[in-house]
Design a protein around this ligand. Structure first.
Ligand code: GCU
Ligand code: CA
Length: 349
């Protein structure tokens, strides 16, 4: 029996960062031209790229203000994001005043053109119910053109007391080779730890294929040969170590991954991926489904359902180490690999 990892499977393993703690609420947008907003100037729409039907172009004067009414479900720290454009040459500072109290003066720097929109962010405490948020110019040029205010609950803190740190798996470069378009498509992971200006060199049998380091893509189509591929990151002009190909798909566009069926009364069911043993390679975790499995709308019972990782070439894990049945939901660790067992299906009468 074999799992067939096609392109979609590879697309799954190409993700290097797993965000576990990102449950911010969507922001609520208050348009500068919306009801409840008061613009000391005119609502205009002549500069393209704005949100909604227009923006507030305040008078060019100290104290010129855009006032918005913002509803908060509960008291708390909110993130206020002002969308704006400033085609002038100088920053146009604005004092943020919430319910009559000054929060801080924020800079609305020049954006290069009145059609170039960007954002400025301020955090502030809001009261439950209706709040008045005023942005008032402290300079003689008035405010930048203000497009909207996005309000997000949660402020700078993670909901649920998270520490704001993303947990990521320490994965390998994951070089994969897929026959494609008369050549080989070599692709690899951009890692969360890569430099933001990282570039890459691609090698076939030790020969560099690209004329200059590759930026803007994490793949390369080699139409002039076949061989053993490797990829090296280039950071600040210096090349790191080369990572060899970890998966080479057949000319049919798939990769066979052998799996051992625990017994003839089980069949392979859902599968997912995770780096269970921390070696930087993903294991596929396959759910073994008993032949007598029943939907809980039916009477009868379902034998234990189990899951186990597919073999990992480096560790020799999985395969024949059929996970010992343990208590429902328990995880059993063997010496050389991790075997995830058993989610027992509830038995129906
Ligand atoms: C220009 C521009 C306006 C802008 C104004 C200003 O007139 O078209 O959108 O508000 O300059 O400098 O404030
Ligand atoms: Ca103006």
């Amino acid at each position: 029996m074999a799992l067939v990892a096609g392109l979609s499977g590879l697309a799954v393993v190409a993700s290097s960062a797993l965000a576990l703690n990102t449950a911010y609420a969507d922001p609520i947008r208050y348009e500068a031209e919306g009801s409840g907003a008061v613009c000391d100037g005119v609502i205009e729409s002549n500069h393209t790229g704005h949100s909604g039907s227009g923006f507030c172009n305040t008078d060019n004067a100290v104290g010129a203000t855009l006032e918005l009414r913002v509803d908060a479900a509960a008291a708390g720290t909110m993130t206020l994001v002002f969308g704006y454009a400033n085609g002038g040459t100088d920053s146009r500072p604005g004092e943020v005043v919430v319910n009559g109290a000054s929060v801080r003066t924020a800079q609305f720097g020049a954006t290069g053109a009145w059609t170039s929109w960007t954002t400025q962010t301020v955090t502030a405490q809001l009261d439950p119910g209706s709040n008045t948020v005023r942005l008032q110019a402290t300079g003689a040029d008035g405010l930048a053109n203000i497009d909207y205010l996005d309000v997000t609950t949660g402020g700078s803190e993670e909901p649920g007391g998270g520490d704001g740190v993303y947990e990521v798996e320490a994965l390998t470069r994951g070089v994969a080779v897929v026959p494609s378009g008369g050549g080989n498509l070599v692709s690899w992971r951009l890692l969360g730890t890569d430099d933001e200006n990282v570039a890459f060199n691609v090698y076939r049998d030790g020969q560099k294929l690209n004329s200059s380091p590759i930026t803007g893509a994490t793949n390369y189509l080699d139409t002039s040969g076949d061989g053993n591929y490797s990829v090296a990151a280039v950071t600040g002009g210096s090349e790191g170590s080369r990572s060899g190909a970890e998966a080479e798909l057949s000319s049919g566009g798939y990769l066979d991954i052998p799996i051992d069926r625990p017994s003839s009364s089980y069949e392979a069911n859902d599968a997912s991926v995770g780096d269970l043993d921390g070696d930087g390679d993903y294991e596929y975790v396959v759910k073994w489904y008993p032949a007598n499995a029943k939907d809980n709308s039916q009477s009868g019972y379902t034998d234990n359902t189990s899951s186990m990782p597919t073999p990992s070439r480096e560790t020799g894990c999985g395969g024949s180490t059929w996970g010992a049945t343990s208590a429902p939901g328990r995880t059993t660790r063997s010496t050389r690999c991790t075997t995830t067992t058993v989610t027992a299906m509830p038995r129906s009468p």
